[in-house]
Design a binder for this molecule. Structure first.
Ligand code: GLY
Length: 654
């Protein structure tokens, strides 16, 4: 099933909805795909509109937030008049009490102890003063989202709830000379098509695009004012140093929020709720008799600089509006305005480029690294050999691209980036494999990894490590291609395909690998599948169009060396594509052994990364790959069962 619209917004949180409504009001046909509104950070937020209380340090971010706060009253009026319902906006101001007087000069907004206790009765006696931000405000985020949904429905936005986008489909790189275009987004039941696509997927964005968003968990709870008829004990937001208290007009009081690097771990914890209650009572002890109403959690979409990612991507018809971190509710109206300006009216606000995802991109090209013509590519030789004999070898060529080095390495398991960089450098390798999924999820040791490598000198081989099924691997391969592009390798379509359901021996699934390889070849990838040393499977993979085969020597990281020499030799004998021995090599002698057998290249990670001295081992492995190759070309002597004296026996003196 194909569904078509002008603009397809992926994400039904406040940012996606606000953009959809704005575009629709400007005349676009808009569809919103929302996986589960209750999971969006919008639902979890407290609704503070706090550009001043949040103490934003970046001028661009402060300006964006202040502009958005200024838009709020009119935006709310417009939405309320269309929906005919109250959206819960309250220009209540935010008070930020402190327990220790600040050293710095006091700003105009400063209230001393007398003034703050007069302004807000019931504060802890430990409060020594604080700031008053009269223009900061709040909105009941759940009401606002409900209002936006009503507006969307009444103006004709097609809102599809419960629809999860699994992948973004792109036009083939080869056939589309206009550059990349998104052709559809894939869901379980349908491909959705549009002229333009907008990704507003918050903390989940990195699952669809290689952009540096990650979840930052926040736990929250609410209490109820016991006797609403007696009036609200709190009529402004209290923004404490470790918690905030947000009173609603209906008697609910929201208390937030923890800030945890816990991935997507769901649930409230004793420690989380305890810390919130402790900090809230420390600030405003009046709450101690109030009944607890609800507790919940959510995931803020965090970016490395805590600013959102807004605007066009490398695809001309794909825009992102994500990474709003702590300020998604506040930034909804300005995001909607700037994105609608850019997408529908082709007007770029001067502030928008400040939030481009290009700020995380290294401006690089790969054009100079390797020659496209094999004849011009000198084969790597040992620079330690002063009088190296002429090596009559062709360079390693994979999917039309040539490389001087026959050693590929990885990025996993290094103790630190310094050791990794030195080992890569000393090994002389030109191809580096990177686990897409681990980079995307910022797995331990992978934060900043992709940026720590000089992609001008090294060719990226994104791998699908961590994928247990063909579908998973296909999705991650697509992400890998985008990652390579983002890092400056526009024409990199390589993928090291790993489909590994077996956690103990990390042995690849031959059927899943073949299925994924077929699909990825169709999508224009240069597929380098990691396989068990099965000659028939290797041949099938060659027949479906893989660029290499990568049989394992022994299980990944085991250091057991080449345990299946006979099968690898058959694979090498039959192959018309490069055979790369991957996994299990523990020592340079085993690396050389694989090359002497006639392997075209090696992939070695653990043996280098976990060596006591990775740089030295990298160098040794690089030399072993060259030595093994030279020995293969030189032609080894046959193995004999009896001795053959080194000195000639003819002409000896009797
Ligand atoms: N906007 C407040 C928070 O993210 O906790």
């Amino acid at each position: 099933m194909n569904r078509s619209t002008d603009v397809l917004v992926v994400g039904g949180g406040i940012v996606g909805l606000a953009i959809a409504v704005e575009l629709k009001l400007r005349g676009a046909a808009v569809t919103v795909l929302s996986r589960d509104f209750a999971q969006a950070a919008t639902h979890a937020a407290a609704g503070m509109l706090a550009p001043e209380a949040e103490h934003l340090t970046s001028p661009a971010m402060r300006s964006l937030c202040l502009r958005s706060r200024d838009l709020y009253p009119d935006w709310i009026r417009k939405l309320e008049s269309i929906a005919g319902q109250n959206a819960g906006y309250w220009a209540c101001g935010i008070l930020a009490p402190v327990f220790q007087e600040p050293k710095a000069a006091i700003a105009a907004q400063w209230l001393d102890a007398t003034a703050i206790h007069y302004a807000q009765p019931g504060l802890s006696p430990d409060v020594v003063g604080g700031w008053w931000f009269p223009e900061d405000a709040q909105v009941d985020n759940r009401r606002l989202a409900q209002t936006l949904r009503s507006v969307a429905a009444s103006i004709g936005v097609e809102l599809q709830e419960g629809v999860e986008v699994e992948a973004i489909c792109y036009a083939s790189l080869k056939s589309d000379r206009r550059g990349d275009r998104v052709t559809a987004v894939k869901t379980a039941n349908a491909d959705w098509q549009a002229e333009h696509y907008i990704l507003a997927t918050g903390a989940w964005s990195a699952a669809l695009l290689p952009i540096p968003t990650q979840p930052r968990k926040g736990q929250m709870l609410s209490v109820r004012v016991p006797n609403l008829a007696a009036g609200l004990p709190l009529q402004r937001v209290l923004y404490g140093e470790s918690a905030y208290i947000v009173p609603r007009r209906d008697g609910q009081i929201v208390i937030g929020a923890t800030s945890e690097a816990a991935g997507f771990t769901p649930g409230n914890t004793v420690e989380g709720i305890h810390s919130l209650l402790h900090e809230a009572l420390r600030l405003f002890p009046v709450l101690k008799e109030f009944a607890i109403a609800e507790q919940w959690w959510g995931f803020r979409p965090e970016t490395p600089d805590e600013m959102p990612i807004l605007g066009k991507t490398h695809c001309e018809n794909l825009t992102v509006a994500t990474g709003h971190y702590r300020n998604g509710i506040l930034l909804a109206p300005i995001t909607a305005q700037l994105i609608a300006d850019a997408v529908w009216d082709r007007r770029i606000d001067p502030l928008l480029p400040e939030f481009s995802w290009r700020r995380f991109q290294q401006p690089r090209t790969f054009a100079t690294m390797v020659s496209p013509t094999p004849a011009e590519t000198p084969v790597q030789t040992l620079d330690v050999v002063q009088t190296a004999p002429q090596v009559d070898d062709r360079p390693l060529t994979i999917a039309g691209r040539t490389f001087r080095s026959r050693l590929m390495t990885g990025t996993g398991k290094y103790r630190n980036f310094d050791e990794m960089q030195q080992a890569i450098e000393s090994s002389g390798c030109e191809i580096i494999t990177v686990a897409v999924r681990r980079v995307q999820t910022n797995a331990p040791g992978h934060q900043g990894l992709a940026e720590a490598i000089d992609w001008q000198k090294l060719w990226m081989l994104p791998n699908t490590a961590g994928c247990q099924t063909a579908e998973d691997a296909i999705r991650v391969a697509r992400l890998g291609r985008e990652m390579a592009k983002l890092l400056g390798q526009e024409d990199n379509n390589f993928v090291k395909l790993e489909v590994i359901p077996d956690a103990k021996y990390l042995l690849p699934d031959p059927i899943g690998t073949l299925q994924a390889a077929e699909q990825l070849v169709k999508e224009g990838f240069a597929v380098l599948p990691y396989i068990n040393a099965d000659p028939l499977l290797a041949k099938r993979l060659e027949e479906v169009g893989c660029a290499t085969v990568m049989p394992l020597g022994s299980p990944i990281g085991s250091g057991q060396g080449i345990r299946n020499q006979a099968n690898i030799e058959i694979i090498i004998e039959n192959a018309n594509i490069p055979v790369v021995v991957d996994a299990g090599i523990g020592t340079p002698s085993e690396a050389a052994q694989a090359m002497e057998m006639g392997a075209d290249a090696l992939l070695i990670n653990t043996a280098i990364a976990q060596a006591q001295n990775p740089a030295l081992m990298g160098r040794a492995m690089g030399m072993a790959a060259i030595a093994g190759r030279m020995a293969y070309l030189a032609g080894r002597i046959p193995v004999k069962s009896i001795a053959s004296p080194s000195s000639p026996t003819t002409g000896t003196i009797a």
